[in-house]
Design a protein around this ligand. Structure first.
Ligand SMILES: Cc1cc2nc3c(=O)[nH]c(=O)nc-3n(C[C@H](O)[C@H](O)[C@H](O)COP(=O)(O)O)c2cc1C
Length: 207
């Protein structure tokens, strides 16, 4: 199977967040889409190992924002490669709260949606949540970040919890064992810091 075929699928980059009993969680996803128009329903696909999945499972509400092209790797690295179990991801970014007290990032975003879970499907590693949109807002005019732009311009990578993770992607150099970023060169400088997840050179492995 040529896994590069999956990079031909066009999708955007989003951030989903939720809160339950005062604990907030959020992560980057590329699996947000509209599924029906009447009522307006959307779906997200979340890995069971992501803390955000556990919080959504309890709260039954989530908020999705659409990232725009100005989103930097600090924002994506925090929400896409670290866990809300360990840190408060919202601390260092501009945020707001929706009507259900769910915090969401409101910098570098084009639109936001408040969603109430109606159905869920267990698909093994992930849960697909289908939710009704309660509120929708346009938050900016900057062009939205596509998954292709993230890979080609931002040189971003995808961690193993993402639905679109490719374990056999071929390349050479040194791979960050935390986020999958590839340093193309040899040797890897001892003081190298991963530009995606800020991990030190010692966690890199030769590929
Ligand atoms: C580009 C990109 C796309 C991602 N897409 C998804 C996705 O669709 N579903 C998912 O569960 N995780 C996805 N992830 C992985 C989560 O963002 C990541 O595992 C995050 O650290 C989970 O944080 P949490 O434990 O706070 O929930 C993606 C990450 C990146 C960088």
């Amino acid at each position: 199977m040529d896994e590069r075929a999956f990079f031909k699928l066009s999708c955007g980059l989003y951030m989903v967040s939720s809160q339950y009993n005062g604990k907030a969680a959020g992560c980057v996803i590329n699996t947000f889409q509209q599924v029906t128009n009447d009522p307006i329903q959307v779906s997200i696909t979340i890995n069971k190992n992501n803390y955000t999945q556990q919080i959504i499972d309890h709260s039954r509400y989530f908020h999705v924002v659409v990232l725009d092209e100005s989103a930097d790797m600090d924002l994506i690295g925090t929400f896409g490669f670290k866990s809300s179990k360990d840190i408060n991801k919202f601390d260092n970014f501009a945020t707001a709260k929706d009507q259900f007290e769910i915090p969401y990032v409101n910098q570098n975003v084009a639109a936001g949606f408040t969603c109430k879970v109606k159905h869920q499907i267990d698909v093994g590693t992930h849960i697909i949540y289908i939710a009704e949109v309660v509120e929708a807002d346009v938050l900016g005019d900057t062009p939205v970040m596509t998954y292709a732009y993230y890979h080609q311009v931002k040189k971003g990578t995808t961690p193993k919890n993402a639905s679109s993770f490719q374990k056999n992607a071929s390349t050479s150099g040194y791979r960050c064992t935390i986020c999958g970023y590839i340093y193309e060169g040899d040797p890897l400088p001892e003081d190298f810091i991963c530009p995606v997840c800020q991990a030190p050179a010692v966690v890199f492995e030769k590929v």
